[in-house]
Design a protein around this ligand. Structure first.
Ligand SMILES: *Cc1c(COP(=O)(O)O)cnc(C)c1O
Length: 332
C-alpha cells in the first residue's frame, strides 16, 4: 500500500498554514430549511470567504507550501472560475507572478475580470483542455508551478480545513452536502470527517447538464462527458482522464452523488435570497435545492456547504423575479 496522499495531519497543518489568507467562515442555523427538512440544518458560509468561495483554502495551502525558488519562478493555472480568481488573488498578495491560461472560448467579460485580478493571461487554443496543456507547457519550458484546481494533495488538504471547522463548531454533525465537480472539496471533507467518524454521510451534488465525476464513478474509471449550459457553471469541467487523487477519494469517501435540475439550482438561489438575504451562485445553492425537493436522505445534524457567490447579476434578477411571481416572497 502506498502512503496516503492526504492525511488528517496534513489538513491540520493546512489549517495553520492558511490562516494568514483564508477566513474561518460562519456556520449559521437555517430555521426555514430545518422546518422543511424536519431536521436541523446549518449552512457553512464559504460565500463569505476571501474571493467569494472556498477555493481560496486549497489555493492558499498549495501556494504557501511552495519553496522560495518555486515562488520566484511563478505559478500557472488553467481555471477561469473561482479557483483561478483565488490563485490570482493570492499571487498578488504574496508578490508572485501568476499566469492563467484560458482558451479562445472564454467570454470577454470573464477575460476582463481575470485581467483586473492582476494575473498575466495567456490565451491558447479553443478548448479548456488546450488551456490546461499550455499550463503544463509553461511548467516544462519556464519552470512555472502548475496549481491544479482539485487534483493535488495540498489543494485537497486545504479544502479539508472546512471539515475541521465543522467538527469544531458542530461536533454532532452527521451529514454534509455540497456541490461536487472535480472532487477536491469532497475529498478534503471526506478525509477530515470520515477519519473522525466513518458514519458521517458525505453527499455530492452535481448537475444533470454534465457530471463527469458521477459518470466516472458509474463506469469505474475517469471518463469525459458532454457538457451543456447550467446555472451551476462551477460544477462543470472534466475530472481529467489521468486523474491521480480525487477519483479514488470520491469513490472511497462520498456516499452518494445526486444530479440536480436547473429548477432545483434556481430554487436554492431563490431560497437563499428570500430567507437569508444572501446572493449565492447555482453550484453553492445545490444543497438547498436538494433539501427543498427532498432529494437526499438526511441525518439529524446536517450541514450544507454554501460554496461560493460568483453569479452574474442578470441571473440573480431573473431568479428573484421568477421566485416572487411563482411563490410569493417568503412563502417557501
Ligand atoms: C469548485 C466549486 C465547487 C466544486 O468543487 P470541486 O472541488 O471541484 O468538486 C462547488 N462550488 C463552487 C462554488 C465551486 O467554485
Amino acid at each position: 500500500m502506498p502512503e496516503k496522499p492526504v492525511t488528517l495531519r496534513d489538513i491540520w497543518q493546512a489549517r495553520k498554514r492558511i490562516t494568514s489568507i483564508s477566513e474561518k467562515t460562519p456556520l449559521i442555523y437555517s430555521p426555514g430549511l430545518s422546518e422543511i427538512a424536519g431536521t436541523s440544518v446549518h449552512l457553512k458560509l464559504e460565500n463569505l470567504n476571501v474571493g467569494g468561495s472556498f477555493k481560496i483554502r486549497g489555493a492558499a495551502n498549495k501556494i504557501l507550501h511552495l519553496t522560495e525558488e518555486e515562488r520566484k519562478c511563478g505559478v500557472t493555472t488553467f481555471s477561469t472560475g473561482n479557483f483561478g480568481m483565488s490563485v490570482a488573488y493570492i499571487a498578488r498578495k504574496l508578490d508572485i507572478h501568476a499566469t492563467i491560461c484560458i482558451s479562445n472560448r472564454v467570454p470577454k467579460a470573464k477575460v476582463e475580470t481575470l485581467k483586473r485580478s492582476g494575473a498575466h493571461i495567456e490565451i491558447y487554443g479553443d478548448a479548456q483542455d488546450d488551456a490546461e496543456k499550455r499550463s503544463y507547457q509553461l511548467e516544462q519550458e519556464k519552470g512555472l508551478t502548475v496549481i491544479h484546481p482539485f487534483d493535488d494533495p495540498d489543494v485537497i488538504a486545504g479544502q479539508g480545513t472546512i471539515g475541521l471547522e465543522l467538527l469544531d463548531e458542530l461536533p454532532e454533525i452527521d451529514t454534509v452536502i455540497g456541490g461536487l465537480s472535480g472532487g477536491g472539496l469532497h475529498s478534503g471533507l471526506g478525509i477530515a470527517l470520515k477519519s473522525t467518524d466513518p458514519e458521517i454521510q458525505v453527499i455530492g451534488l452535481s448537475t444533470a447538464k454534465g457530471a463527469a465525476m458521477y459518470e466516472s464513478i458509474k463506469q469505474g474509471k475517469p471518463v469525459s462527458i458532454q457538457e451543456n449550459n447550467t446555472l451551476a457553471d462551477s460544477l462543470l469541467g472534466g475530472i481529467g482522464i489521468n486523474n491521480r487523487y480525487t477519483f479514488n477519494m470520491v469513490q472511497q469517501y462520498v456516499d452518494q452523488i445526486v444530479l440536480l435540475t436547473e429548477e432545483e439550482f434556481a430554487q436554492g438561489i431563490g431560497f437563499m435570497l428570500s430567507k437569508h438575504r444572501m446572493v449565492i451562485e447555482g453550484a453553492a445553492a445545490s444543497g438547498i435545492g436538494a433539501i427543498l425537493n427532498h432529494q437526499i436522505p438526511l441525518g439529524s445534524h446536517v450541514v450544507v456547504i454554501i460554496s461560493g457567490n460568483s453569479v452574474d447579476m442578470p441571473v440573480i434578477l431573473d431568479v428573484a423575479e421568477r421566485y416572487t411571481c411563482n411563490k410569493g416572497e417568503g412563502l417557501l
